[in-house]
Design a binder for this molecule. Structure first.
Ligand code: BG6
Length: 466
């Protein structure tokens, strides 16, 4: 089997988020998921909510030790706005929250694991959602900048890699279009405003970061889902272009070029749903682009021109211009219902190289959620997740090819280090290098954890298919 060598100092790590790993213990402020769970447990798989998650709030020391043991050299997590800030308007800090994040950062550094800190991972404080409509409001954008400033002030001496948002398109679609996150609204016009306000929030935070003369770097993490057209017909290709403009290039173009895609603006104008924005704001977006990019990749989009009528009772949605279809013969992760298409990682890398200034970037999430992993336990109690190792090897083989051809990729993070809580899917699908037994919270390294240790020590991966 031939070995693929990765660049020197490559990041071999993993990603999680505050709400999905920490647990809510003694926390007064609620985010939208905490609130939703308190009010409707049936919305969550097996009625499991964010209360305990993987107990990181209490077990961060032991957990970080395990991450060291499996050779990770970097970890991304997020600060919970609700945990760190007591009063969102006066920006009064929650002392326990601040102490916790300080401890986590120190512990990571002590273990020679680079901390990558994200400021927002779907977890809008409920109070701000209720009072102002969350990202619908530009006032909330200002409060977000204030919160970010506090984080930079307190942690910027040790954290050198910051991220403004994880997957900013997700709240747009999940909260305002397709009803998979609270407040379960279908309102395309609001969705467009939320998209604009989040791009603005990211740029304003970057501006603040630079004004403060922090010596680290700041980026954004986007879930890129390339839209592959069903055919080479003009109609199918146009459908895929519009899907890309809305779901991928909206944030990619603003993050890297500081402007929205022309195709997107043209369509929104034509349909009379363009955001409410000012020239001054567009200037801020233009002037505050990212230092680096994180790419979460799980699945592609398969797109065709609409064949069925668009349900106008839903009001305006970008879906009026395209439809999804199931590509015949596609490979599926049946547990998550997502297509497995590793070639897309190469296509994404080439797109960044050729069309996005070859900016430096890393894979900030890639992973395979599997249900019922206990059935793969061996007699030593270790889950033998060879399917996950194969999944990673296959994706890394495509990534390596792109790097050989000049892609500026500096790392690979998987989702996720330790099995964690996954929003409405709760603990249905497990993604970790380390398993969690929910009732006892006992954590055990899986076979893939031993695999990544070797990869990180040697900086080599066994080529897939050879
Ligand atoms: C990413 C998110 O979209 O995918 C994570 O950044 C999420 O928060 C992960 O957990 C896996 O998706 P899911 O829905 O299976 O948890």
């Amino acid at each position: 089997m031939s070995k693929l060598k990765f660049p020197q100092d490559f990041w071999w790590g993993a990603a999680t988020s505050g709400p999905q790993s920490e647990g809510r213990f003694n926390k007064k402020n609620r985010n939208i998921f905490d609130y939703w769970f308190d009010n409707d447990k049936t919305a969550f798989f097996n009625g499991v909510g964010p209360d305990i998650a993987s107990n990181f709030y209490n077990s961060y020391k032991e957990d970080i030790k395990m991450l060291k043991e499996i050779g990770l050299n970097s970890l991304r997590t997020s600060i919970q706005w609700t945990r760190f800030i007591k009063d969102y308007e006066t920006v009064e800090i929650d002392e326990d929250g601040a102490k916790f994040y300080n401890n986590v950062i120190n512990e990571l550094i002590k273990n020679e694991i680079i901390p990558v800190l994200n400021l927002f991972h779907f977890d809008m404080p409920m109070e701000l959602q209720e009072k102002y409509g969350g990202w619908e409001s530009k006032y909330v954008v200002e409060l977000f900048v204030k919160y970010a400033r506090k984080a930079f002030e307190l942690f910027g001496d040790r954290v050198k890699h910051w991220v403004t948002f994880n997957e900013p398109i997700v709240p747009v679609e999940a909260q305002y279009m397709y009803k998979f996150h609270y407040p379960l609204i279908v309102d395309g016009k609001k969705a467009v405003q939320v998209l604009y306000n989040t791009a603005l929030a990211s740029a304003k935070v970057i501006k603040e970061f630079r004004n403060m003369k922090n010596d680290g770097e700041i980026g954004i993490i986007l879930n890129l889902t390339p839209s592959y057209p069903r055919s080479e017909s003009t109609e199918d290709k146009k459908a895929a272009d519009i899907s890309d403009a809305f779901f991928n290039n909206s944030f990619l173009d603003t993050a890297i070029y500081g402007k929205f895609p022309e195709l997107l603006v043209e369509i929104l104008k034509k349909d009379n749903v363009l955001w409410d924005g000012t020239l001054k704001e567009l200037e801020i977006i233009r002037e505050n682009t990212v230092d680096f990019l994180g790419v979460n990749y799980y699945q592609p989009k398969r797109v065709k021109a609409r064949e069925s009528g668009f349900d106008v009772s839903k009001g305006w949605l970008p879906d009026k211009y395209f439809e999804h279809y199931d590509m015949p013969g596609r490979r599926m992760n049946i547990y998550r219902g997502w297509e497995i298409y590793p070639q897309a990682i190469y296509d994404i890398a080439k797109n960044i190289q050729e069309n996005y200034k070859n900016i430096k970037w890393f894979i900030s999430e890639n992973g395979m959620g599997v249900e019922g992993e206990e059935r793969f336990k061996n007699s030593d109690g270790i889950i033998e997740d060879d399917y996950r190792i194969d999944f990673y090897r296959e994706h890394l083989t495509y990534l390596h090819k792109a790097i050989q051809e000049g892609a500026n990729c500096f790392g690979y993070h998987t989702w996720t280090p330790i099995d964690c809580w996954s929003w409405t899917n709760a603990y249905k699908n497990r993604y970790g290098f380390i398993s969690v037994d929910l009732p006892t919270q006992i954590k055990t390294i899986k076979k893939s954890g031993y695999w990544i240790k070797k990869v990180s020590e040697t900086n080599e991966v066994e080529e897939w298919g050879k």
